[in-house]
Design a protein around this ligand. Structure first.
Ligand code: ADP
Ligand code: MG
Ligand code: ZN
Length: 497
């Protein structure tokens, strides 16, 4: 039985639950002093603690706790006066201790909320808890076709990631989103990612697995109060996939329910290629983790003065900052969204701070530089140009020393390593031709070479002047002041403009 998304939402109300894991950017692991840097050789960043060797004793990373408290505060949570770590026991080769150090019924932060914006309206997502835990190692299955364990001849284990601090943030069931459920889910993960970045606790790059999301979804008949059975789609790794996973699960649930079937509580896997999910493990097979308090770690009791100090040091919330900048810059919500999507807010702000006006800063980062970043397949921040240099280019344009076309060439020169903007201007000889003599000669030549056009202009067709301005620009390799060239053309042809 096939059901459309619209049909599904006409009959049912979706309930969402989002579990987000954030890998913190601490220099060392959560319970030992091993480095966390990416890219090191396999198993070079390990020690008896994170390898789970007998007798090794963990010690809590203070920055890890501080980051957890900051996240909790930014999410408007209560911060526990006292909480413990717990052992989550299960066996898997990428988890060398045979338990994950996590938190269970005593999370460090609980009962908060995050306001997100969907179509210009604020939607409040309530937060159940944020707790501290550690990441697992990484398995690589070799020999199979798809990199999966099935069909592999052997597996390789890298424990460098084992013990890297994670914060898991769990929402309360999200109701009332209706047909906007996919957008709410996406907006929530996007807002959370911005928040984490603003707090400086993680770069939160989804494509690198620094932020991953499990999407829980159930449907109940419209107007009902008892939730339906949920499915849990694991490790959804992009904003677009979060949206698609919700959408496809809404449809799948509706098809099962309309067909008289029953949803089984299970984990599912999302497939980028088809945009659909397939079954993972059912709740019946789910493990009993036998949680118990971690006996090797002392409880965590964040002092209230410390918590208040951290609260006072929180940055402006991204959503409020965006709205403030949007007003200051005078841009539409849609344009602001494009700026956000391009990851350009920070660069634009820095360029304005370096003296450029807002419109120019926006124009260069969202135009020429976004195009180049896209072409090179890198983020804006990775381009070899600083906001100060962009501000300098904008200043040269404002002073009339460069026009936009020349400015683009200067930017290209800077990006290609030819030096700072002024050096590129000198080396490439890119200043606007101000020399009236040279410009006048170019105008004379353009008129002589295009007699028919000149006649048209003399006859009153002033629009035709564009062709002559073009000829002048070409002759001066784009370095003429186009407005001045036009004036001269009119003067020489004896036409009032
Ligand atoms: P588990 O460890 O089994 O995944 P959690 O409580 O950690 O359970 O997370 C479950 C998530 O799903 C939470 O975000 C919760 O709010 C949400 N949730 C719980 N029940 C439902 C339901 N019936 N439909 C949709 N989401 C639900
Ligand atoms: Mg879960
Ligand atoms: Zn270690």
């Amino acid at each position: 039985m096939t059901v459309t998304y619209e049909d599904a939402l006409a009959t049912y109300e979706p309930v969402l639950g989002l579990e987000v894991h954030v890998e913190l950017g601490t220099a060392t692991k959560m319970f030992c002093g091993c480095a966390t840097a990416l890219g090191a050789g396999p198993n070079t960043q390990t020690c008896p603690v994170c390898l789970g060797l007998p007798g090794a004793l963990p010690v809590v990373n203070e920055t890890g706790v501080e980051s957890a408290v900051k996240i909790g505060l930014a999410l408007n949570c209560e911060i526990a006066e006292w909480c413990r770590f717990a052992r989550k026991n299960y066996f898997y080769p990428d988890m060398p201790k045979n338990f994950q150090t996590s938190q269970y019924d005593e999370p460090i932060a609980y009962d908060g909320y995050l306001d997100v914006e969907v179509d210009g309206e604020v939607f409040r997502v309530e937060i159940e808890r944020a707790h501290m835990e550690e990441d697992t190692g990484k398995s690589t299955h070799v020999g199979g076709a798809t990199g999966r364990i099935h069909g592999a001849s052997h597996s390789l284990l890298d424990y460098n990631r084992a013990g890297i601090p994670l914060i898991e943030i769990v929402t309360k069931p999200i109701t009332g989103a209706g047909d906007r459920a996919p957008d709410v889910a996406k907006a929530y993960v996007a807002e959370l990612r911005e928040l984490i970045k603003a707090l400086g606790v993680s770069e939160a790059r989804m494509e690198q697995g620094q932020l991953r999301c499990d999407v829980n979804l159930s449907l109940m008949p419209a107007g009902a109060t008892v939730f339906g059975t949920r499915s849990e789609t694991k490790n959804v790794n992009s904003l677009r996939s979060v949206e698609r996973a919700v959408r496809s699960e809404v449809v799948r649930h509706a098809e099962v329910l309309d067909g008289g079937g029953r949803i089984v509580q299970e984990t599912r896997h999302f497939h980028e290629d088809t945009g659909t999910t397939t079954s993972g493990r059912t709740k019946e097979e789910a493990e009993d983790y036998r949680y118990f308090p971690e006996p090797d770690l002392v409880p965590v009791a964040p002092a209230r003065e410390w918590v208040e100090k951290l609260r006072a040091g929180l940055p402006e919330l991204p959503r409020l900052r965006r709205n403030r900048l949007r007003e200051e810059w005078g841009v539409s919500a849609h344009d602001m969204q494009s700026i956000l999507n391009a990851g350009a807010i920070g660069a634009i702000v820095a360029t304005i701070d370096a003296g450029a006006d807002a419109a120019a800063a926006r124009k260069w980062w969202m135009g020429e530089l976004a195009r180049r970043a896209n072409e090179d397949g890198v983020e804006l921040a990775a381009l070899a140009i600083t906001p100060e240099q962009v501000a300098r280019v904008a200043a040269l344009v404002a002073e009339g020393k460069l026009n936009d076309k020349l400015a683009r060439q200067v930017i290209t020169g800077v990006l290609d390593g030819e030096g700072a903007p002024d050096e590129v201007v000198d080396k490439r000889g890119l200043a606007i031709v101000k020399d009236e003599g040279a410009l006048g000669a170019a105008v004379d030549e353009a008129i002589a070479a295009n007699p028919a056009v000149a006649d048209k202009i003399r006859g009153g067709k002033v629009q035709a002047a564009g062709a002559l301005v073009g000829a002048v620009m070409k002759a001066t390799r784009g370095q003429a002041d186009a407005a001045r060239a036009r004036e001269l053309i009119m003067e020489k042809l004896g036409v009032a403009d």
